[in-house]
Ligand binder design. Structure first.
Ligand code: FCB
Length: 437
């Protein structure tokens, strides 16, 4: 398995990256993972956690705010549309909890050989210290279903939601957070079995802390640098503890956390914008890494967009935009991979994708990002896997259901799945690669 020469031509398509270098290094030709990612709260349905409470309390407000914006017609045709209250309530989501076998059949059909998913903490430990064996069994079945289809599981322990009992104890700001997280991690690792190699303890701590504790538009909606700092320290401690726990059970495990990275560039050629850009890069690439330096077997990055930075820290999306206004910039992935190569660790791209309800840009998006990824690999970056976000359309946090990120379209009334043409573009790249190595 790997990315070999015929696949390179396919990847580059009509738009090869400038200065593309065709040398193929044999060191990364083995065992490359191609797949897609999901997270429990966004796809499962039927959850009860801090987010579900927040959604019910804020759906009216979010729908009313959406009415004040102007929307392109095709987005208003989405069902649910951004103007409807039900758009903002996760409810049954994609009903993936009951349909995971069907969904993994689709992933298999699309040529994937790996899949990233997350465990919903509030299901596994709905009451403090009381674990639900039936739910642990459910996740064992999920892993089994993946294995049966030769899809390598990448397990995320925390993808932003927390149980209500923990929320009532102060959530991520509780000084006991590390203890609670360790107990949960110990239970999950023990229950899922020792054949799982790839673990992601925390999803994008940097993004969550920015939205929930600095900008304050996600639960618990705080605006406090002190809280943000405290939460980052507690999350880092929790990661370090979970790292040890996983390795105690599974010595050969590969454990990391995933980082939201973005390609930042100065908006204007002046010193202040340049310094602001450096600050943004430090925050997105380095800060949490410094806090967890000795406990990372690999780096996991999640890359979506470019940002132009103006002093003091005004960041704007410019150029080609996705449905949610994120600036599409495939070259940025190459830039980030090259920068992160200096840490001399394997790198996994655990998310990359776009909201594109009409599927007009997704095929090109995948082609171009993979081409730039491959160029970085040719130049020495040790990239070992790529996970598209997402397998399915899903519940996109405070934006709700209207942003369509899926390789597979979901009808939220019937739960019918429909493969988008771009999923086949991805499939053909994967197949060319896997068959020629
Ligand atoms: C990432 C999140 C993921 C999804 C994508 C669009 O930051 O990790 O859950 O919301 O953005």
């Amino acid at each position: 398995m790997g990315l070999s020469t015929p696949a390179l031509e396919a990847l580059c398509g009509n738009k090869p990256p400038k200065s593309y270098n065709k040398t193929v290094h044999s060191s990364f030709l083995k065992g490359f993972f191609f797949g897609a990612a999901t997270s429990a709260h966004q796809v499962e349905g039927g959850n009860r956690n801090d987010w579900t409470e927040w959604e019910v309390g804020n759906a009216d407000r979010l729908a009313a705010e959406a009415k004040k914006r102007s929307w392109p017609e095709f987005l208003l045709k989405n069902d649910p549309s951004p103007l409807q209250k039900e758009n903002y309530i996760s409810g049954k989501a994609c009903d993936h909890y009951n349909r995971f076998e069907e969904d993994f059949d689709i992933a298999k059909k699309l040529g994937h050989n790996a899949h990233r998913f997350s465990i919903e903490w509030s299901r596994v430990e709905p009451l403090e210290g009381r674990f639900n064996e039936k739910e642990l069994e459910h996740y064992r079945n999920v892993v089994h279903a993946l294995r049966k289809r030769n899809l390598e599981p990448f397990v995320t322990l925390w993808h932003w939601t927390i149980p209500l009992w923990l929320k009532n104890k102060g959530g991520l700001e509780s000084s006991e957070f590390q203890i609670y997280f360790s107990r949960y991690a110990e239970k999950v690792v023990g229950a899922l079995g020792t054949d799982i190699t790839f673990w992601i303890t925390l999803n994008e701590p940097n993004a969550l802390v920015r939205r929930a504790y600095i900008e304050g538009d996600w639960p618990p909606c705080k605006r406090s640098f002190l809280s943000a700092f405290r939460v980052l320290l507690y999350l880092a401690r929790a990661h370090r503890a979970a790292y040890q726990i996983i390795h105690k059970h599974i010595p050969r495990a590969q454990v990391g956390w995933s980082s939201a990275v973005r390609y930042f560039k100065p908006a204007r050629k002046n010193v202040l914008d340049y310094l602001s850009t450096m600050t943004a890069r430090f925050w997105s690439e380095k800060f949490f890494l410094l806090l967890t330096r000795n406990e990372n077997d690999y780096l996991a990055i999640q890359y979506y967009r470019k940002g132009e930075v103006q002093f003091p820290l005004r960041i704007t999306d410019t150029g080609d935009l996705s449905d949610i206004g994120w600036a599409i910039h495939p070259e940025g992935l190459h830039f980030i991979l090259k920068r992160l190569s200096r840490y001399k660790k394997p790198i996994y791209i655990t998310e990359n994708g776009l909201a594109d309800a009409r599927d007009a840009q997704r095929g090109e998006f995948i082609r171009n990002h993979l081409a730039w990824m491959k160029k970085a690999m040719d130049e020495g970056a040790d990239v070992r896997g790529y996970f598209h976000w997402s397998l399915l359309d899903n519940f996109e946090w405070s934006s709700g259901f209207w942003p369509r990120f899926g390789l597979v379209e979901v009808n939220y009334k019937t739960f019918k799945r429909k493969i988008r043409p771009s999923a086949l573009v991805y499939k053909s790249i994967i197949e060319k690669d896997l068959s020629s190595s």
